[in-house]
Design a protein around this ligand. Structure first.
Ligand SMILES: [Ca+2]
Ligand SMILES: [Ca+2]
Ligand SMILES: [Ca+2]
Length: 219
């Protein structure tokens, strides 16, 4: 029910908040078929009483991933290589629904605690024969990093997150960063307009092609 209610609100152009504490950090490499959205929910410092990450994805103005959609989640206790990549095996993770965290009564999948910095969430959305725009909305406490098909596209500003988000990426390691989730129903998202590069390849061959493209860009 919540999902449908929000779709209507979205069509009316409400329930959006301009991004206040987020920045775009990369280009989304989209392809036809199933694409992977990954989010790291990050606490500010040990003992934090709450954690939240809810993600919404819109492609060409249509919501394709929303609160309540299936996700896999984990509270990482060590580095997990490639956790945000397409095809990553998350079958051993908690299977739940978007979003994740604990405290404040705003988490569909309750996971995590104040002794640990991060909770990872993996979800999936379908793209058709083309994709020109990608809007990603996040409602979060205290910080987050968002990746599409394994590449980072957005993160919280002014936080002490390293170059690569990791299991111990507390957002306040001196910066003082903290941020409250909206706790509204439906969520109030901070929305980011993510640059898109569309590759007309099938999901089966996408992994290798995307890796090749990004390796070239980094030269
Ligand atoms: Ca917190
Ligand atoms: Ca929460
Ligand atoms: Ca808080």
């Amino acid at each position: 029910m919540m999902k449908h209610a929000f779709a209507i609100a979205l069509a009316g152009g409400v329930a959006f908040a301009a991004s206040a504490q987020m920045e775009v950090t990369g280009t989304a490499m989209l392809h036809p078929g199933t694409n992977t959205i990954a989010g790291a929910a990050l606490n500010d410092s040990p003992g934090s009483s709450d954690l939240t990450l809810i993600i919404q994805v819109s492609v060409d103005g249509t919501v394709v991933f929303d609160e309540g959609d299936p996700i896999a989640a984990i509270q990482p206790m060590a580095t997990i290589d490639g956790w945000a990549d397409e095809g990553f095996d998350s079958s051993g993770w908690t299977q739940g629904t978007n979003g994740v965290g604990y405290g404040d009564g705003d988490d569909n999948t309750e996971i995590g605690d104040g002794d640990n910095a991060a909770v990872y969430m993996l979800g999936w959305f379908d793209v058709g024969a083309s994709a020109g725009s990608l809007m990603i909305g996040v409602d979060y406490d205290d910080g987050c990093v968002v990746l599409v098909n394994g590449m980072e596209v957005a993160r919280t500003i002014g936080a002490d997150i390293g170059d690569m988000v990791d299991f111990d990426s507390w957002t306040d390691q001196g910066s003082g960063q903290s941020h409250e989730a909206s706790k509204t129903d439906p969520p109030t998202y901070e929305v980011l307009d993510i640059p898109v590069e569309f590759m007309d390849v099938t999901a089966v061959e996408a992994n290798g092609k995307l890796a090749t493209v990004w390796a070239d860009l980094r030269k």
